[in-house]
Design a protein around this ligand. Structure first.
Ligand SMILES: N[C@@H](CCC(=O)N[C@@H](CS)C(=O)NCC(=O)O)C(=O)O
Length: 290
């Protein structure tokens, strides 16, 4: 590996290559004026079906499935590859310029919520659902929710980046993050041996946060790393992954704001429950594609 001696002061090299290099920059804030659309429902979601986005659409579909009609929502597609997250309207909702971001217009003034963990907690508290009420169980749920928020970046920004996206394969980086991700999978596997769900017997927002990342990893859906990490050996995680994948709300939630993969699984925008039947990409004319 070529030795690198950092200069005295770091300089932004815009041409450093690698996937996502075009959207990475060392400054925050909006790059252009772009007000966000607002639909007819109280909850307005601005997102994309990455694992962080899927956490929230699964939660909203679970709430609706459980009969919480107030959870009806409009989901707008934010194309992070094109830089939509740097539009002025989006930055007003999330100063960190990352999906998912939520506006709740049922409050006066409307409430902005960003960070997927915060959005899950906000919705759980608003509807009194998928968060245990008893203090000990609630604490266990929140411990796992925050575990995901802290651990996920080692999987995505660490392992996923260096194994799948970096322009060169750096053994040191791949070793470091493969070791950490396997340790995390073992944490989950040992816990799920004696717990049906992350917080015990109840399916909660902790499962909704962890499943889109670690479930996708063991299902071989992200980074093409199933064999490399021997994911099938984490049998309790595999059991939990498959069980959650079969939930109807999870199947719906995974399709919302998806702009990649099979056309029948792509619902670019969601404004009504009937959209799953009527407006997936295989059903609508290409001219209507946002
Ligand atoms: N901690 C944040 C992470 C969100 C995040 O990293 N979102 C990514 C997509 S998965 C994003 O919007 N990236 C755009 C960018 O970095 O410019 C959360 O959980 O909401």
């Amino acid at each position: 590996m070529a030795e690198y001696t950092p200069p005295k002061v770091w300089v932004w090299n815009k041409e450093n290559g690698g996937q996502f290099a075009n959207i990475n920059r060392p400054i925050a804030g909006a790059t252009h004026e772009a007000p966000l659309p607002v639909g007819k429902h109280p909850l307005q979601l601005y997102s994309l079906a990455t694992p962080n986005g899927v956490k929230v659409t699964v939660m909203l579909e679970e709430l609706l499935g459980a009969g919480h009609a107030g959870a009806e929502y409009d989901a707008w597609l934010i194309n992070i590859g094109k830089g939509d997250q740097f539009g002025s309207g989006f930055v007003d909702v999330n100063p960190n310029s990352k999906i998912p971001a939520l506006m709740d217009h049922s409050t006066n003034p409307p409430t902005r919520v960003f960070e997927s963990g915060s959005i899950l907690l906000y919705l759980a508290e608003k509807f009194g659902a998928f968060l245990p009420k008893e203090h000990r169980a609630r604490t266990e749920c929140l411990s796992w929710l925050f575990w995901q928020m802290g651990s996920g970046p080692y999987l995505g920004g660490g392992f996923g980046h260096f194994y799948a996206y970096a322009p060169t394969k750096i053994e040191y980086a791949i070793d470091r993050f493969a070791m950490e991700v396997k340790r995390q999978l073992d944490v989950l596997d040992r816990h799920l041996k004696s717990n049906h769900y992350m917080a015990g017997n109840e399916y909660t927002i902790a499962d909704m946060a962890i499943w889109p990342w670690y479930g996708a990893l063991v299902a071989g859906l992200v980074y093409n790393a199933a064999e490399f990490l021997e994911v099938q050996t984490y049998t309790n995680v595999v059991r939990w992954t498959n069980e959650i994948a079969a939930r109807p709300a999870v199947k719906r939630g995974r399709k919302v704001n998806r702009s990649f993969g099979q056309l029948e699984d792509q619902l670019h925008e969601r404004h009504d429950a009937s959209d799953f039947e009527l407006r997936t990409q295989d059903k609508i004319a290409p001219a209507e594609t946002p």
